[in-house]
Design a protein around this ligand. Structure first.
Ligand code: FES
Ligand code: FES
Length: 161
């Protein structure tokens, strides 16, 4: 089948079979390697992308659902101020990372902060339930996301917001 969609702001057309997963199309056809292939069953979050404005797991999206959609990978998201808030905030807070699930953590943070710029501890833990990370302790994650949130409020509304 031939399908067209928007990938990181560009119109693209590919030939694929209906059952191929979005994660394999991104990595195999487009060499976009920021989303990783992990469990292939929706449990680890390393394959996260923004799909029609929502953060989703690309291993769960078959090709036939991609037609006409808008997909933003971490490579596209890295061009935004929102991405800078997150990576700088995580770095400032000293969030531990081996890098393997960074895409999942960054996009989980974005999914939360795009609807709540002042999240509490429970909001953060809930938002990261779908990310299985071996490296980051929950307290580190909470402090990291709160630092990002403060940074984002400062950027959007001014210091002290
Ligand atoms: S590879 Fe998609 S959630 Fe694990
Ligand atoms: S940063 Fe190492 S598995 Fe998450």
């Amino acid at each position: 089948m031939t399908i067209g969609f928007i990938l990181n702001g560009e119109d693209v057309v590919i030939r694929t079979n209906a059952e191929q997963r979005l994660i394999d199309i991104l990595r195999g056809t487009f060499q976009l390697l920021g989303a990783k292939a992990g469990c292939y069953s929706g449990h680890c979050g390393v394959c996260s992308v923004i799909f029609n404005g929502e953060v989703v797991k690309a291993c769960l999206i078959p090709a036939f659902k991609i037609r006409g959609s808008e997909v933003i990978t971490i490579e596209g998201f890295s061009q935004t101020d929102e991405y800078q808030d997150i990576v700088q905030g995580f770095a400032d807070a000293g969030v531990e990372s081996c890098g393997f699930c960074d895409t999942g953590k960054i996009l989980a943070a974005e999914a939360l902060l795009s609807r709540n710029t002042r999240p509490g501890r429970e909001d953060i833990l809930m938002a990261f339930e779908g990310i299985k990370c071996r490296c980051t302790e929950p307290e580190s994650l909470i402090s990291g996301v709160m630092t990002v949130a403060e940074r984002r409020r400062g950027r959007l509304y001014g210091r002290g917001a």
